[in-house]
Write a protein that binds this ligand. Structure first.
Ligand SMILES: [Zn+2]
Ligand SMILES: [Zn+2]
Length: 351
């Protein structure tokens, strides 16, 4: 089968690989139907890289497929089923997993004192992932969706599982106001989820016009160009001078802005991920406002909900997939993303 192989910082190859076989009784063999290109893939493909990945593995962690064969111990999945795949299921036996923090599972990342992701198990970054004709995965990482679920939307499962769990932390109440910084795929997923959670005002700040327009299709009630408008004034005007109830930072560098636009005792969700960002923060602002600042990263027990959200069609996810390309045009997908001309690019494997 054809596969995209990560070759080291800045390099990938389009190669032939043997088709995987069922190894364990709880394995499922899937035919890969689609794979999303993620920001972390772009970061791993930079030299020097901004995200680690293991050389010679099959790349791509945002994948979905159709079950072809199941191991003897698998019930609940049958050949023909369409599934979305959790590329980082928790191990269940580390301290974090056994202390109600499976999203912090030490097989995934976050080991204190060791380099980030040194012992990572994430498929598509540290072991074989989805950019290939077939993938062999444990059954507990596959979540069935209805047969009529469109493949491009299924590929959004992994990012949506992170966004869905993160936004639950804000506990948005019907009628509240939310400001979202950044309208990349993650910011757009947040806009759609905020709206679905009942937010009356969803103000999205984004410098690119194309992305601002997309935000309006994804649930934003108002969009702001932060380069030509004063975001804080917009947020104050929209909330009778109070500030927004929630701000979601989906850029990775703008925590001071997020703290600035919330109301007293408001909440900030820091989600954008930039390992190099070290902004200056006026700490007294956090004290005076009694601001609640939370981080969000991977999803916690959110894949089942994700599968139901995607198959239900309640979110305008089709707005977020801007391009679909065959695997032989993977480079073109990278180029589109690097040029800022795409949102989510979905790759279809070829055999
Ligand atoms: Zn991703
Ligand atoms: Zn664990």
């Amino acid at each position: 089968m054809k596969a995209i192989i990560f070759k080291g910082p800045g390099k990938f190859a389009y190669e032939d690989r043997p088709e995987p076989k069922i190894q364990n009784d709880d394995d499922v063999l899937i035919q890969v139907l689609g794979v999303g290109i993620c920001g972390s893939d772009l970061h791993a493909l930079m030299d020097p890289p901004l995200h680690p990945a293991k050389p010679d593995i099959i790349f791509g962690h945002e994948f979905c497929g159709r079950v072809v064969e199941t191991g003897r111990g698998v019930d609940g999945l049958r050949p023909g089923d369409k599934v979305v795949v959790d590329p980082h299921p928790p191990c269940g036996s580390c301290n974090n997993c056994r202390s109600d923090r499976p999203e912090m599972c030490s097989t995934l990342y976050c080991q204190q004192g060791t380099p980030w992701f040194e012992h990572g198990e994430i498929r598509g970054l540290f072991r074989d992932g989805g950019l290939a004709g077939y993938a062999c995965i444990p059954a507990h990482s596959a979540y069935k969706v209805s047969q009529d679920t469109p493949v491009p939307l299924m590929t959004l499962a992994e990012p949506l599982s992170c966004v869905g769990y993160a936004i639950e932390k804000l506990d948005i109440q019907v009628g509240e106001s939310v400001c979202i910084l950044g309208a990349g795929p993650m910011g757009l997923l947040f806009a759609a989820m905020a709206k679905a959670n009942g937010a009356a005002k969803v103000i999205v700040s984004e410098p690119h016009e194309y992305r601002r327009e997309k935000a309006l299709c994804c649930g934003a009630t108002q969009v702001v160009d932060p380069l030509s408008e004063n975001l804080k004034e917009v947020c104050l005007d929209a909330t009778e001078g109070l500030g927004v109830d929630h701000c979601i930072e989906a850029v990775g560098q703008l925590l001071p802005v997020a703290i600035d636009v919330i109301r007293p005792n408001g909440k900030v969700l820091m989600f954008g991920h930039d390992e190099t960002a070290m902004p200056q923060i006026r700490l007294a602002e956090i004290v005076r406002k009694e601001a609640n600042i939370m981080g969000g990263f991977l999803g916690k027990y959110y894949f089942e909900k994700t599968a139901r959200i995607i198959e239900s069609g309640i979110l305008p996810l089709e707005e977020i997939v801007s391009h679909t390309l065959p695997m032989s045009e993977y480079q073109k997908g990278l180029d589109l993303l690097r040029a800022g001309k795409a949102l989510k690019v979905v790759i279809y494997p070829e055999n």
